[in-house]
Design a protein around this ligand. Structure first.
Ligand SMILES: Cc1cc2nc3c(=O)[nH]c(=O)nc-3n(C[C@H](O)[C@H](O)[C@H](O)COP(=O)(O)OP(=O)(O)OC[C@H]3O[C@@H](n4cnc5c(N)ncnc54)[C@H](O)[C@@H]3O)c2cc1C
Length: 469
């Protein structure tokens, strides 16, 4: 727990922000102090709600002068407890909610940190553009949050993660100074890149207050298919073929195991079985193109041959937009479908794509041997080598007993990931939850260099002190 915040600092922060710029009302704070899965609860003496970059700067200045720690929070959809304060001042970006500019010629949108990803999508669509970062949490996740976690969604395969989609940033550094780096340049090769350091920094190097984000043209044709397969190995073989044979049209390639699909159907109202028969594995594929008819033709060609060869057991191509949404709903509810099942050890890992099926197989054998009866739900952005590998308690098992084995169980999974030269956090970051675990796998040389960088920018370690190295 962070040291108590002195009363005079609280008074100064309240004075800086005015009556409606802060809250210590327990009812208002409650949803901000618990994360989406209900796994972590926090505490704060004060939530500050700055309305402008100048107000963020004033808040950080007061805290820096007194050595008081701050936890920034956007949409509170982070899954590693980086946004949940444990005694720090909670800085919410809720009121930094303006789209400052959209320029369709430069293909850029400039949005403040508290604008939701869904609002960015809406603004882009109104200008016949798109911002190709799609997350199931996009209704709440914010620009500041996705930048600070370097989020990657369902379109990383084609467009890369947030790191590839940011042209410039504005941020308040840990000493309270404002850095205006809101450039719109595609090329700017002028030495160290401060914006790339802030992307993925999880609130440890300052508060992101706005970002200029790259826009792309809307696709002219889109096709979506749900495929049933016999094994994860077949899914990886299909991915390799899809890349080769569709001329780069594949935008999403999402893997799901039968158990994850069955739990989504069992626990989320309104979902429908996507294919007539049941299959051990499924893949959702989406192709897009700037030419009419090309996405559909590429997907149909790919599937016709894969069905003929027996690589795919069955496939349905969406005939309407609502059918495509129904397919995506099954994918997007893979996490939600597990919630009702109780305790789970969650892992967000990546391995080289070529090792993915091998990883799922090895990890499943190892966790089943360690704790017989557990149920593995593996799903995710497998086109990027990223799988959410969740180990649920046995059907009807005890939550406490399962949770008690989490650290040991996760160590087994993470050691297999490390042996395959993978990452123990592919897209969610480390937050407070995974920092200690990451230290086991990072090289001391790297950790020392990263600590030196942080200490240079934030000598008092006031920004999100429990997060990262
Ligand atoms: C259902 C669901 C699906 C998800 N799917 C994906 C997915 O596909 N891909 C993916 O990458 N993630 C996914 N996530 C995780 C989460 O949505 C992302 O990490 C998202 O980027 C967090 O945004 P947020 O605004 O909610 O940030 P928060 O949760 O509020 O904060 C996350 C981190 O960023 C810091 N932070 C927030 N705002 C700022 C700021 N302005 N300046 C500095 N630091 C800041 C916080 O301190 C914290 O460390 C999912 C989460 C859920 C609940």
């Amino acid at each position: 727990m962070t040291a108590p915040v002195p009363a005079d600092v609280i008074s100064r922060l309240k004075a800086v922000l005015g009556e409606d710029g802060w809250s210590d009302d327990p009812a208002r704070l409650a949803p901000r102090l618990e994360e989406w899965r209900g796994r972590w609860r926090g505490t704060t003496p004060l939530m500050v709600l700055p309305r402008s970059t100048a107000e963020v700067s004033a808040v950080v200045g007061v805290c820096a002068a007194s050595g008081v720690a701050i936890t920034p929070q956007g949409g509170n959809t982070g899954l590693v407890s980086g946004q949940i304060p444990q005694g720090e001042i909670l800085l919410s970006t809720e009121r930094l909610n303006r789209v400052r500019d959209l320029d369709a010629f430069d293909d850029v949108i400039v949005a403040e940190a508290g604008v939701t990803l869904a609002a960015v999508h809406e603004a882009a669509a109104a200008a016949r553009r798109r911002f190709p970062l799609g997350l199931a949490s996009e209704g709440s996740a914010t620009v500041g949050g996705v930048v600070s976690t370097n989020a990657g969604g369902t379109q990383v395969l084609r467009f890369g993660s947030t790191r590839n989609l940011v042209l410039g940033l504005e941020a308040v550094l840990p000493n309270g100074e404002v850095w205006n780096g809101l450039k719109r340049l595609r090329k700017d090769n002028t030495g160290y890149d401060l914006k790339q350091l802030l992307i993925g920094a999880e609130g440890t190097l300052g508060v992101v207050t706005a970002a200029s984000l790259k826009l792309h043209p809307l696709p002219v044709s889109t096709a979506t298919a749900f495929c049933g397969l016999a094994s994860a190995t077949d899914a990886i073989a299909l991915l390799a073929r899809a890349r080769e044979e569709t001329g780069g049209a594949v935008e999403a390639f999402e893997l799901m195991g039968r158990l994850g699909v069955a739990l989504a159907l069992r626990n989320i109202p309104g979902l429908r079985e996507p294919l007539e028969a049941v299959h051990p594995w499924y893949v959702l594929i989406e192709t897009t193109s700037g030419e009419p008819g090309v996405a559909e033709a590429a997907l149909e060609r790919l599937l016709a041959r894969a069905l003929e060869d027996g690589l795919v057991a069955d496939a349905a191509v969406a005939q309407t937009q609502s059918q495509a949404h129904a397919f995506w709903a099954v994918r997007e509810n893979q996490s939600g479908g597990q919630k009702a099942e109780g305790a789970a050890w969650k892992h967000d890992v990546s391995v080289p794509v070529s090792r993915m099926a091998d990883f799922i197989d090895q990890a499943t054998r190892a966790v089943e041997a360690f704790h017989p009866g557990v149920r593995v739900v593996a799903f995710g952005h497998v086109g990027d080598g990223n799988v959410h590998y969740d180990v649920l308690k046995a059907e009807g098992g005890d939550d406490g007993a399962h949770n008690a084995l989490r650290d040991q169980g996760s160590r087994i999974v993470h050691d297999i990931v490390a042996a395959m030269e993978g990452s123990i956090s592919a897209e969610h970051g480390l937050g407070a939850a995974k920092t200690a675990e990451a230290l086991r796998y990072k090289s001391p040389v790297e950790v020392e260099a990263l600590r030196a960088l942080r200490a240079a920018l934030d000598p008092g370690r006031i920004m999100n002190p429990r997060v990262l190295f």
